[in-house]
Design a protein around this ligand. Structure first.
Ligand SMILES: Cc1cc2nc3c(=O)[nH]c(=O)nc-3n(C[C@H](O)[C@H](O)[C@H](O)COP(=O)(O)OP(=O)(O)OC[C@H]3O[C@@H](n4cnc5c(N)ncnc54)[C@H](O)[C@@H]3O)c2cc1C
Length: 472
């Protein structure tokens, strides 16, 4: 029997159930990856669904997958086009009866799946889905998805009490040879400028692929021994070490959450077990939660009213939105974070919460726009984590606290007390004394003018009056 495996957000050989099951069952396994042009299209908002840094990371990840498959005696066919058309044609060409792939849960992905299933069916072939993106397997949950608790803590308590994380899969890989494997597209083939600008201020020089993902796991836990302090550092914003940065590899499936979990357990045995080691697992459970939330609530995840169906009356002001995108809001903490995102494709969790809250709660702009911008930029874009977190911050998701509001000034003075993060991304403010830096944007017009003259900087005036942040 011949089986095609269609790689999607599971670009790895380790702990890959699709790979394992196909190699167990088939006499020939044909690995395929497809770049779908719909994921790179230009949106009405003026930017592409996947912008260049994310695209580049994906190209690297696919190249690494091909390389690793080749080293194991197999190969990877790479195509550009619609999976629902390409896969049935490949199945015909190779005489494969089945297509194995990872199960996705959201609208665009499942739409493609449905069409593919129909097209395969019409030629007597079938698609088989395997669940593998989460730490806890969906079949092991102690409740039906429709009964998923609406509060994270309840979800976590239930699964921690009754569910075990499954062991990882170790695949034998069958040899596969073919002449025409297809070229991995260049940036230009996907419609981008060939070369990305180099930004040396980023937290890490992120490289796509399983090899780099496993290396980061090794570095963070074993070589640098950073896990033991994760809980204390995870809210910082500057540098490689404050958090794991596993998200970029998790999002593309270059790292499996169960692999991380196994390594954490080993670290707890061989090094230390403490609140920090548990906390990384805790965060991975959040990741699971957003995937199950997406499955439970379906399409409402992507609409302004969110999964609560709450009409907040957000505005659609293109110019203000653009200033937010470009880091020109006049609020240093926001601007620094938005510059980091645009220049590197990454932003800390603390940064994300602040810029999202500011867009929605202070500028009153539709969070859907913000989520679309994050989708286009984030190297770690994950449909469920992104849209789920935005729902949450916008107050239309399942946050048990009504009207959670971030006072950005308080946040800035707590998490960037010396202004080092802001100065890193906004060097024009480098001469502003630490105690003044987060007051920029909060002064009255007159004060702001005098201040600008004194520091010799023409920093943007704040988009909204947020002096309320100074009042207790
Ligand atoms: C508005 C907004 C949008 C976001 N969009 C994404 C996204 O597209 N993709 C994404 O992976 N994360 C997203 N997050 C969650 C979080 O910011 C990132 O996972 C985290 O910053 C990644 O850095 P890290 O790997 O160093 O995290 P660590 O702090 O080291 O955490 C370890 C892992 O836990 C998971 N995790 C941590 N926090 C969260 C969270 N709040 N929600 C879901 N998973 C979490 C991630 O997989 C992460 O890699 C978003 C958060 C917000 C507020």
């Amino acid at each position: 029997m011949k089986i095609i495996i269609w790689f999607r957000n599971d670009l790895r050989l380790h702990d890959n159930e699709v790979l394992y099951k196909a190699n167990q069952k088939a006499s020939t396994v044909i690995p395929v990856y497809i770049f779908d042009p719909r994921n790179f299209k230009k949106l009405d908002l003026g930017f592409r669904k996947t912008e260049s840094r994310r695209a580049s990371f994906l190209i690297e990840s696919v190249a690494d997958l091909r390389n690793n498959l080749q080293k194991s005696g197999s190969n990877l066919i790479v195509k550009i086009g619609k999976p629902e058309d390409i896969l049935p044609a490949l199945a015909e060409e190779f005489g494969a009866n089945e297509v194995y792939t990872s199960e996705e849960v959201t609208y665009e992905e499942t739409n493609v799946d449905q069409k593919l299933e129909e097209n395969l069916k019409s030629t007597g072939k079938k698609i088989v889905f395997h669940w593998q993106s989460t730490l806890y397997h969906i079949d092991d949950l102690p409740f039906e998805i429709r009964n998923l608790p609406d509060v994270f803590t309840q979800f976590r308590n239930k699964i921690e009490k009754s569910t075990k994380v499954r062991a990882i899969f170790k695949s034998e890989i069958l040899p596969f040879e073919t002449e025409n494997i297809g070229k991995i597209p260049s940036m230009k083939d996907l419609g981008f400028e060939e070369n990305l600008s180099i930004e040396t201020r980023g937290v890490l020089d992120f490289k796509g692929g399983e090899t780099a993902g496993l290396q980061r796991l090794q570095d963070y836990l074993w070589n640098q021994d950073l896990l033991k302090t994760y809980k204390e550092t995870r809210n910082e914003m500057l540098g490689a070490d404050y958090s794991s940065k596993f998200s970029v590899w998790l999002a593309n499936g270059c790292l499996s959450p169960r692999m991380i979990y196994e390594e954490i357990l080993r670290y707890e045995t061989e090094r230390v077990k403490n609140d920090s080691t548990y906390w990384l697992v805790f965060e991975l459970i959040w990741r699971d939660y957003f995937r199950f939330v997406a499955l439970k609530f379906g399409n409402s995840l992507f609409f302004s009213e969110g999964i609560q169906g709450k009409n907040v009356g957000f505005q659609h002001h293109q110019r203000i939105f653009q200033q937010w995108i470009d880091g020109e809001t006049g609020i240093p903490l926001i601007d620094a974070n938005m510059k980091e995102l645009q220049l590197t494709g990454f932003m800390s969790n603390r940064g994300r919460q602040n810029v999202a809250s500011f867009l929605v709660k202070d500028l009153n702009i539709d969070w859907v726009w913000g989520a679309a911008w994050f989708e286009s930029q984030l190297l770690d874009y994950d449909v469920c984590s992104n849209w789920g977190n935005w729902n949450y911050v916008a107050g239309v998701g399942n946050d048990p606290r009504e009207n959670r509001y971030f006072n950005i000034h308080t946040q800035a003075t707590r998490y960037d007390a010396q202004g080092n993060y802001v100065k890193h991304w906004l060097p024009e403010l480098s001469d502003v004394p630490a105690e003044k830096i987060h007051l920029v944007g909060l002064l009255t017009n007159e004060e702001q003018k005098r201040f600008s003259v004194r520091i010799g900087v023409d920093y943007p005036k704040p988009l909204v009056n947020v002096q309320k942040w100074l009042k207790k």
